[in-house]
Design a binder for this molecule. Structure first.
Ligand code: NDP
Length: 257
């Protein structure tokens, strides 16, 4: 047996000493990302709105990994709360190194179905909240800071009707990410966007009425998991991704292929 074979497999905690904030971290992709960041060594704050029990459960999983956790009730649709979440995370955990803009709402339907309130609500959460959190976070980040935004495969390929509002908002995040990369590059802060394909979460269950159609649109013929998206986010959050910025990163099972 070689010495290599007798060496126990360990996961290097490369993010030890860093602080991350994940918006919308109580369920789905955000929860998986929060826990994976903690597994990589980060202390993690995350926001939620409705489901306190789910938030407490995620906080417990982070603490079980030996990391500090902060569950913050903060609605990204509310401009003040979106900014305060950044302040509360940084003050509560002693700084901010990573922002993951994950909180988002999905609203699909025919063009004529959207009310002004629908448009304002979706753009407030999916765009304005992301802008404000990024603005507040960048002001607190030192060199090595990371802003990672969750976009959507719909920004690259709209496979059918019903996505006008959602795609408008998510596409704005591509522009924001590139502009942030240019603005923050000299300060050593990167900005990237991850585009998930159909991922099995409460927002888009793999056993939902439209699931089969979505899976068939991917090259691999299946939904992704929240953990598969979280893995890409954690890579972009880490030191190894220091030369990656302004990039669009598809984790979509080949939806855009
Ligand atoms: P889920 O609906 O499963 O989870 C959403 C999370 O965001 C929950 O933690 C929820 O908290 C929180 N949240 C919702 N609204 C707000 C708000 N206004 N302010 C703060 N937190 C909020 O969603 P997913 O995990 O599926 O989606 C995560 C991101 O990925 C979204 O941006 C989505 O658009 C994007 N995405 C998802 C895809 C998919 O197929 N699932 C595909 C492409 C992109 P609470 O529990 O309190 O409600």
């Amino acid at each position: 047996m070689t010495s290599q074979m007798t060496t126990p497999m360990t996961t290097q905690a490369t993010m030890e000493g860093t602080v991350a904030l994940v918006t919308g971290g109580s369920r789905g992709i955000g929860a998986a990302t929060a826990v994976r960041l903690a597994r990589a060594g980060a202390d993690v704050a995350f926001t939620y709105v409705r489901d306190k029990d789910a938030a407490d459960e995620v906080a417990g999983r982070i603490r079980a990994l030996g990391r500090r956790a902060l569950a913050l009730r903060a609605d990204s649709a509310d401009a003040r709360e979106a900014v305060e979440a950044v302040t509360r995370a940084a003050e509560g955990l002693g700084g901010l190194d990573v922002l993951v803009n994950n909180a988002g709402v999905g609203l699909l339907g025919p063009l004529e179905s959207y009310s002004l309130a629908d448009i304002d609500r979706v753009l407030a959460v999916n765009v304005r909240g992301v802008f404000l959190a990024s603005q507040a976070a960048a002001g607190r980040m030192a060199r090595g800071g990371r802003i990672i935004t969750i976009g959507s495969c719909m920004t690259q390929r709209v496979p059918g009707a019903g996505g006008t509002l959602y795609t408008t908002g998510k596409s704005a995040l591509v522009g924001l990410t590139k502009a942030l990369a240019r603005e923050l590059g000299e300060r050593g802060i990167t900005a990237n966007i991850v585009h998930p394909g159909p991922v099995d979460t409460d927002m888009n269950p793999a056993d939902g009425p439209y699931a089969g159609g979505q899976a068939a649109l991917t090259a691999v013929g299946r939904f992704g998991t929240a953990e598969e998206v979280a893995g890409a986010v954690v890579y972009l959050a880490g030191a190894e991704a220091g030369y990656v910025t302004g990039a669009e990163f598809s984790v979509d099972g080949g939806h855009a292929a």
